[in-house]
Write a protein that binds this ligand. Structure first.
Ligand code: TTP
Ligand code: MG
Length: 347
């Protein structure tokens, strides 16, 4: 059966998260990465918004070069923990839309949506869901396999939606540069160029034997990719053993109200993922890291698996309460483990 695969990639992910938090950056180039130190900084750009891309700035570029190209940009350090939390919320939100779900990076997912009545409408619903919940845009590609779906999601960025039907795949591929294919980096591209192969159509005109002679096993992949063949399944990530959330305070804090409120927020987020993944839990663990990195974890295990948020919250607070107030707290976290699938409902 022809599959329908959806690939979703968030737009300018780290930069978009910073922008939504700081409306004052609107319309300005925003670059996330190493400290430019007035042009003498070391390290690289993690990402930048589309405004900064107009100046030629891109991911992995030396930050000193980015400063040369765009000195008036807003430069920000990457806050990996924050981006990870947003990522996890987005993943929890959309995994239910696929028969299977595969997260391939912090901002990128494949969903197998084979059987969906109207893939395009479904994609729009997913985009809207993310936009409503997180005020972030993404780009989506839908195609008969992962290879084409990923290329399709890159087709119209940002906020794009590209649907490549089976009968359209060859026309979609042919004019593209060989570089657009999965696994073709600058080196392979150069070798292909030397053989006079610039586009995927050029590549498709070669025999399987010739490509294998030139590129070994990868030659066979090239032969198949040029024809839009890719059988890789969408596979769920490894088994989930626990679900947790943690956060580092901007400054170490003694504020009990803030610490407890943060803990409840984290518990709620972990709980939402738990529900999305359809698990019960038996164990609640609270992590508290004090100033100086001294880290303590405390757990409570119920007799029976439960799905009660009230219990999760009550026990997280009970575990944390006697342990805060004395020393400034740097980080708190909540985790549920000993996960179990819910009991089968009676027939
Ligand atoms: P990408 O999806 O490659 O980039 P992006 O989301 O910023 O922009 P686009 O709209 O083109 O998708 O990567 C996702 C995040 O991963 C990105 O926001 C920052 C991080 N990243 C790095 O830290 N270093 C890198 O070299 C790349 C490519 C990404
Ligand atoms: Mg992205």
């Amino acid at each position: 059966m022809t599959r329908v695969i959806l690939h979703l990639d968030m737009d300018a992910f780290f930069a978009a998260i910073e922008e939504r938090q700081h409306p004052e950056y609107q319309g300005k180039p925003v670059i996330v990465g190493a400290d430019p130190k007035g042009g003498y900084g070391r390290g690289v750009v993690a990402t930048c918004n589309y405004e900064a891309r107009k100046f030629g700035v891109h991911s992995a570029m030396p930050i000193s070069r980015a400063y040369e190209l765009c000195p008036h940009a807003v430069f920000l350090p990457a806050d990996g923990e924050k981006y990870e939390r947003v990522s996890q919320r987005i993943m929890a939100l959309i995994r239910q839309y696929g028969r299977s779900f595969e997260q391939v990076s912090i901002d990128e997912i494949y969903l197998d949506i084979t059987g969906a009545r109207d893939p395009e409408t479904l994609a729009k619903a997913i985009k809207k869901k993310i936009c409503d919940a997180e005020q972030l845009t993404c780009s989506v590609g839908i195609a008969p396999n992962k290879l084409i779906a990923k290329m399709a999601s890159e087709e119209k960025k940002p906020d794009g939606l590209t649907f490549v039907k089976p009968e359209e795949t060859q026309a979609f591929l042919d004019p593209k540069p060989v570089r657009a294919l999965h696994g073709v980096g600058p080196k392979t591209e150069e070798r292909l160029q030397r053989l006079g192969l610039k586009t995927i159509a050029d590549l498709r005109a070669q025999t399987r034997e010739y490509l294998i002679k030139e590129f070994g096993k990868f030659g066979n992949d090239l032969y198949e990719m040029a024809r839009g063949i890719d059988e890789r399944p969408v596979v769920e990530e490894r088994e989930v053993k626990s679900i947790g959330r943690q956060t580092t305070f901007e400054e170490d804090t003694l504020n009990r109200g803030l610490i407890l409120k943060t803990l409840i927020d984290l518990a709620r987020e972990a709980y939402q993922e738990l529900i999305a993944q359809k698990f019960l839990f038996k164990t609640v663990t609270v992590t508290i890291r004090y100033r100086g990195f001294d880290t303590h974890t405390h757990s409570h295990t119920f007799k029976e698996p439960t799905e009660s948020f009230a219990k999760l919250k009550a026990h997280a607070l009970k575990l944390a309460l006697p342990r805060i107030g004395g020393r400034p707290v740097r980080l708190v976290g909540v985790r549920v483990s000993n996960l179990a699938p819910p009991p089968l409902s009676p027939p």
